[in-house]
Design a protein around this ligand. Structure first.
Ligand code: DUT
Ligand code: MG
Length: 242
């Protein structure tokens, strides 16, 4: 009892960076297992900070975060990060092959598993077109790939790690429409039956989220689904009907 796979709770969470100006102010939120949450809102509101705290790149200054019913400071950093699959806005790849970047240290991952993950997210399509396919070198930090392609590889990596929690900071720029629709399909595949937090810029992602949170000034300014928030004619309405 009390242990719910993939459930996330923020309890009276406060956070500030070195300058000590409050960035997150008394955040209270329970995200149910399997739920998809979209974080939206204007720049500097605190969306990335919330995700950084959940991954424990930083820890709350006050209040706490529970994962699966446990205060996450009682869990090891490795345990937390193995439960979370994260795709960053500018994904980090290391120099090596596409295969190695998807496997990401999972030495037991078979070629079949790697390709199945890539197929599920729609990355297989562009990988097959490279001369060396999965053995193509991505270059230092992945310089030989576009941002969208890097996100697709990160999505495949996330699928392969089979996390309870999936987090994505959608790329805002330089993704062509084909890659964008691939990313969208890949995300939908991962989000099935997983707790997901998406920092969302695309209306297609936002509209299908169970709950949308408008984050402003470190607080939840509005919360609801797409239809509810449109009806409210508030901040969300202003953000997405211009
Ligand atoms: N901030 C810092 N130091 C950092 C990162 C952020 O002082 O290392 C500040 C900037 C901003 C606030 O914290 O005032 C929240 O930033 P965050 O990056 O969390 O905002 P966002 O909602 O993710 O903004 P964007 O939509 O531009 O990504
Ligand atoms: Mg951000």
């Amino acid at each position: 009892p009390g242990t719910i796979r993939g459930e996330i709770q923020f309890e009276h969470m406060y956070f500030w960076y070195e300058d000590e100006l409050p960035v997150i102010k008394d955040l209270n939120l329970t995200i149910q297992h399997g739920e998809t949450i979209a974080l939206v809102g204007s720049t500097g509101g605190g969306k990335t900070t919330i995700v950084n705290l959940l991954c424990r790149f930083y820890e709350p200054k006050r209040g706490r975060i529970l994962i699966g019913g446990h205060d996450y400071t009682d869990l090891s950093l490795q345990a937390i990060q193995s439960r979370i699959g994260v795709v960053l806005q500018t994904p980090h790849l290391f120099s090596g092959t596409i295969r190695e970047n998807i496997a990401y240290g999972r030495l037991k991952a078979s070629q079949q598993d790697i390709e199945a993950a890539a197929k599920l997210v729609g990355a297989d399509h562009f990988i097959q077109r490279f001369e060396h396919g999965y053995d193509e070198q991505v270059g230092e930090g992945g310089v030989l790939l576009s941002v969208g392609q890097k996100q697709l590889i990160s999505l495949a990596r996330a699928v392969l790690s089979n996390p309870e929690i999936f987090i994505m900071d959608e790329a805002t720029s330089s993704v062509d429409t084909l890659t964008e629709s691939m990313i969208q399909k890949g995300m939908e595949a991962i989000m099935q039956d997983r707790t997901s937090i998406i920092i969302a810029h695309r209306l297609s992602t936002i509209k299908t989220a169970h709950r949308i949170l408008v984050i402003e000034d470190g607080q939840i300014a509005e919360m609801g689904n797409h239809a509810e928030l449109l009806k409210l004619k508030g901040k969300y309405y202003n953000l997405y009907t211009r």
